[in-house]
Design a protein around this ligand. Structure first.
Ligand code: GDP
Ligand code: GDP
Length: 441
């Protein structure tokens, strides 16, 4: 599982600046999708080949009278509790303040591993910028400039090492048992949409092969099951736990756990409640799935007991609000009555196959030529982009790299046209697809 880093500190010390720097590359991928709400406080970052999750607690404003601790938003507390390592940021230009001390006391009580980081230290000497912060009793501070990037990569590497040392053993993610375990499905959605009901339905109908539940704070349960003789496993870290014989949602919603399940899965099933409006939280969760690049199937649950008019109304609403998920299949199901489950799993299979598709260069190049013959890219001024060939640059999600000249002149709408053409040609349903344009050979 990805280590979780929480950024904590009083307002204006530079938390969002650091957050943006850490998650920047990811943001760009979804920046141009209309209708997508994203939660600016959770993001994924990477140093080298090491991914991590980062939580910004920027939203919290202390009320002076009450004291910072009392006013610390619930979310901030949850972030601290869920973090593998807390990066506690102070301001090297403003110096030590009483609020910093209050936060220190809080963090000490929380018993989480903490790294003290002095920000805004560009152009300053280590000894002079850190001197007064030793008073906090947190050892040698790290020194960075979030704005300029100085020291940020080193900080993150240390934070990840720190998290791994302090956290429970990581499962080794060997692929050997991949086939045995089958497609790994993350079932995500806000509370009460019917996730545990679906888990119970899936497991009740089919033989449960085994069940294990590690008891750590970073626990993830993986529940293997079979359907029509095929193995699957449900990755569930999103707040469903076994109670007696059945699974129940017993925790409040956790973004971190949702993100962790998404990143461990091959295919995400996003569950919505047909009997409630699509909410901001639904769109947030959808945004996380999209950002992850995972294959996706949407399950609109509680389809039972709705009349025809209501159903049409819901379909229109969903189409309007989730128009950025057009690559995914939508299923209207009832977890309670066990309807629509078979087709849902079929879509899970095909989404997985699409995500893992191997696209040979000659076929891709032929598809590219067909697309161009059917519709040329527009000139930009006197420049006409020239596309030569295409190759596959990655899987899960598939990345198609197009080589040629003056490709910067290709418009976003033409890119979308190409994407659709590739999707149709190779039946890439249920997976995001990325098109990259590369000038030169
Ligand atoms: P937050 O409230 O903790 O999220 O703080 P912000 O990220 O919004 O930053 C507060 C202010 O500090 C902004 O004006 C930033 O431009 C500035 N800032 C952030 N990081 C640095 C830094 O490394 N050096 C300097 N000089 N300013 C910074
Ligand atoms: P979770 O919080 O997402 O795990 O949701 P639960 O599985 O606990 O379900 C929340 C409520 O919705 C419970 O009262 C379920 O009985 C009900 N529910 C779940 N699935 C369906 C369904 O397909 N149809 C109807 N009518 N109710 C359902």
């Amino acid at each position: 599982m990805k280590p979780v880093i929480a950024l904590i500190g009083r307002p204006n010390v530079g938390k969002s600046t650091l957050f943006n720097r850490l998650t920047r590359s990811r943001d760009a991928l979804v920046a141009d999708l209309p209708g997508l709400t994203r939660d600016r406080h959770y993001g994924e970052g990477r140093v080298g080949d090491r991914p991590f999750l980062v939580i910004d607690t920027g939203g919290f404003e202390p009320v002076a009278k009450e004291g910072i601790v009392h006013e610390m938003a619930k979310q901030t507390k949850q972030a601290v509790a869920e973090a593998d390592v807390v990066v506690f940021i102070v301001d090297g230009r403003q110096g030590l303040t009483p609020h910093d001390k209050t936060i220190t006391d809080y963090l000490r009580k929380s018993n989480r591993p903490v790294m003290l980081v002095v920000n805004k230290a560009e152009g300053m000497k280590y000894t002079s910028v850190t001197a007064e912060f030793y008073e906090l009793g947190m050892g040698d501070p790290y020194v960075i400039s979030a704005a300029h990037g100085d020291g940020v990569n080193d900080l993150v590497r240390e934070a990840i090492d720190f998290a791994l040392k302090n956290g429970p053993e990581l499962e080794d993610d060997a692929e050997e048992d991949e086939n045995q375990r089958g497609v790994r499905i993350a079932l995500v959605g806000r509370p009460n949409v019917g996730k545990s009901t679906l888990v119970n339905t899936l497991l009740g109908e089919e033989r449960v092969i085994a069940f294990d539940m590690p008891g750590t704070t970073r626990d993830s349960i993986e529940i293997p099951f079979e359907r029509d003789g095929k193995p699957y496993s449900l990755i569930d870290t999103a707040g469903i736990r076994r109670r007696g014989k059945v699974f129940e949602a017993i925790e409040k919603f956790s973004v971190v756990k949702t993100l962790q399940s998404i990143s461990e899965a091959n295919v995400v099933v996003l569950m919505l409640d047909a009997q409630q409006d699509i909410s901001e939280q639904d769109a947030h969760i959808a945004g996380f799935v999209l950002e992850s690049g995972r294959a996706l199937v949407v399950a609109i649950n509680k389809w039972d007991g709705l009349d025809g008019d209501k159903r049409d109304e819901i379909k229109i609403d969903i189409e309007r609000k989730l128009n950025f998920l057009t690559f995914a299949k939508f299923h209207f199901i009832s977890a309670l009555k066990s309807t629509g489950i078979g087709p849902l799993l079929k879509s899970v299979d095909s989404a997985y196959a699409a995500a893992m598709a191997k696209l040979p260069t000659p076929k891709l190049t032929r598809a590219l030529q067909e697309a161009v013959e059917h519709q040329q890219p527009k000139r930009k001024g006197s420049i006409r982009p020239k596309m030569r060939y295409a190759h596959q640059g990655g899987q899960n999600p598939p990345v198609i790299v197009i080589h040629g000249n003056s490709l910067e002149a290709i418009s976003d709408s033409y890119k979308r046209y190409l994407e659709k053409h590739f999707r149709d040609t190779f039946s890439l349903i249920g997976t995001p697809l990325r098109i990259e344009l590369r000038n030169g050979k």
